[in-house]
Design a binder for this molecule. Structure first.
Ligand code: GDP
Length: 424
């Protein structure tokens, strides 16, 4: 049985917490896209952790953590992350890395920085982790696949070719130091030595596990609105954030993904540039930001303050639809307990017309939010274990959102910890 945990919004919905929680009953947890550019924050018995490459199930001894072929693999960061959790008392995790995953090279990170510098004010708000240059190279067919690390002749020839093309840009576009083939070869040898113990044919491993009846969780990074096809292009990430891509980025049959748990957060937050219709500003935003998440809405990787907004039914319904949602996990509901009234964005006004359909980017830029205001519940709901015990106005908020989404909210997260969950 394969289940996916994915985001409905702009990322940071709390997927890490939901995956960590569901990991208790899973055998294998797989990252299938993205890289070390975003992060999950997880609070459990070992402490508070920010994970960037490892899947969120890495804290359990009974699970195997898998890095699928769809991931942008930054080997030194992966190794550092493994060491970092082991040093803090987590048992050494079982890790498998796809021999078909491609590697983020040091020059991808440099190109990301150089391009942001060049674009200056017009930048896409990249985290400068090399993700966009990495995926560009993958699709330009000049990336390095893990399997290639074990073919010395191929590497020797390929580093020369890569330097030729990259150096044209470095010299003439960016005016930066050039790459040397021997340095790249040395970098690749270092990666080979670090990654060898973990490499396997992940697709075969997962297909065997499916036949054996194992439970596999696919953990998505970011959310629907950052998908390169269906998101707010060009302010998107470089690999698909949708559950459907899980089949490709892990190498499993699409029809095996039986459950798609879309994580939706009770208010909105976003990082980077791009239209954000229900965005709020000033004191109102500061208060929500500082009360939000677990210790404030600041990026897990970058520490950047997140942009804040009210719940957006238009964007979230679209986000759930694109994921193919079977279940919605509604998170950080506890955070809203301080508000007298809670605005919810129920429509977009574009050129004088109100719509409930999420538009393409140029129209989205013109959209103004249409709000409905719901009464708050003015109390702390952390620690509550059943839906019936939630205050009436809180239940009304959940039911209002559920109706607007059109997908069942089967889980409500009312705190950052593993046990802070209400099943419906
Ligand atoms: P992800 O990338 O989707 O995994 O999300 P992040 O880890 O970036 O953001 C989620 C943040 O909210 C983390 O700091 C979590 O510990 C925290 N969190 C998750 N669920 C809840 C919740 O229900 N209530 C509160 N207060 N915090 C939560």
């Amino acid at each position: 049985m394969v289940e996916a945990v994915v985001g409905a919004n702009w990322g940071d919905e709390g997927k890490g917490k939901i995956t960590d929680m569901l990991g208790e009953k899973a055998d294998i947890i797989v990252r299938f896209q993205g890289g070390a550019n975003a992060g999950h924050t997880i609070v459990n018995d070992y402490g508070k952790f920010a994970l960037h490459t490892l899947p969120s199930g890495v804290f359990y001894q009974h699970t195997t953590s898998v890095i699928g072929n769809g991931v942008a693999l930054n080997i030194p960061l992966l190794i550092k992350e493994i060491q970092g959790i082991v040093e803090r008392g987590v048992p050494t995790p079982k890790i498998r890395v796809s021999d078909r995953a491609q590697m983020v090279m040091s020059y991808h990170i440099l190109f990301d920085q150089y391009e942001e510098e060049r674009l200056a004010g017009k930048s896409f708000g990249s985290t400068k982790s090399g993700i966009a240059p990495f995926y560009s190279d993958k699709y330009a067919k000049i990336g390095f696949q893990v399997s290639e690390l074990f073919d010395e002749e191929l590497l020797k020839e390929k580093v020369v070719r890569i330097c030729e093309t990259k150096n044209v840009l470095l010299e003439h576009l960016y005016h930066k130091p050039l790459l040397k083939p021997e340095d790249l070869l040395e970098e690749l040898h270092g990666y080979r030595d670090m990654i060898t113990p973990y490499v396997c044919d992940v697709s075969a491993f997962l297909n065997d596990a499916i036949k054996e009846g194992k439970t596999i969780l696919l953990e998505g990074q970011l959310g629907s609105l950052k998908d390169p096809d269906h998101g707010i292009y060009p302010m998107v990430t470089s690999s698909s954030t949708l559950a459907g891509y899980g089949a490709i980025g892990a190498g499993i049959p699409p029809y095996e993904i039986k459950k798609i748990i879309t994580v939706c957060k009770a208010y909105s937050s976003a990082v980077g540039a791009g239209a954000f219709v229900s965005e709020i500003f000033g004191e109102e935003a500061n208060e929500l930001r500082n009360r939000g998440g677990d210790g404030g809405e600041y990026g897990a990787t970058t520490g950047r303050p997140r942009r804040m907004g009210w719940f957006d039914c238009v964007a979230s319904r679209y986000g759930c639809r694109l994921q193919g949602t079977t279940d919605v996990a509604f998170t950080v509901l506890d955070v809203l307990g301080y508000l007298d009234e809670i605005p919810v964005c129920v429509g977009y006004e574009i050129d004088g017309k109100v719509t409930e359909d999420f538009p393409t980017t140029a129209k989205l830029e013109k959209a103004k939010p249409v709000y409905e205001v719901l009464p708050g519940w003015k109390c702390d709901i952390r620690g509550i274990k059943t839906y019936e015990e939630l205050p009436e106005n809180c239940r009304k908020y959940v039911e209002f959102v559920e109706k607007k989404l059109g997908y069942p909210i089967t889980m409500i997260s009312n705190g950052p910890g593993r046990k802070d969950i209400i099943y419906r």
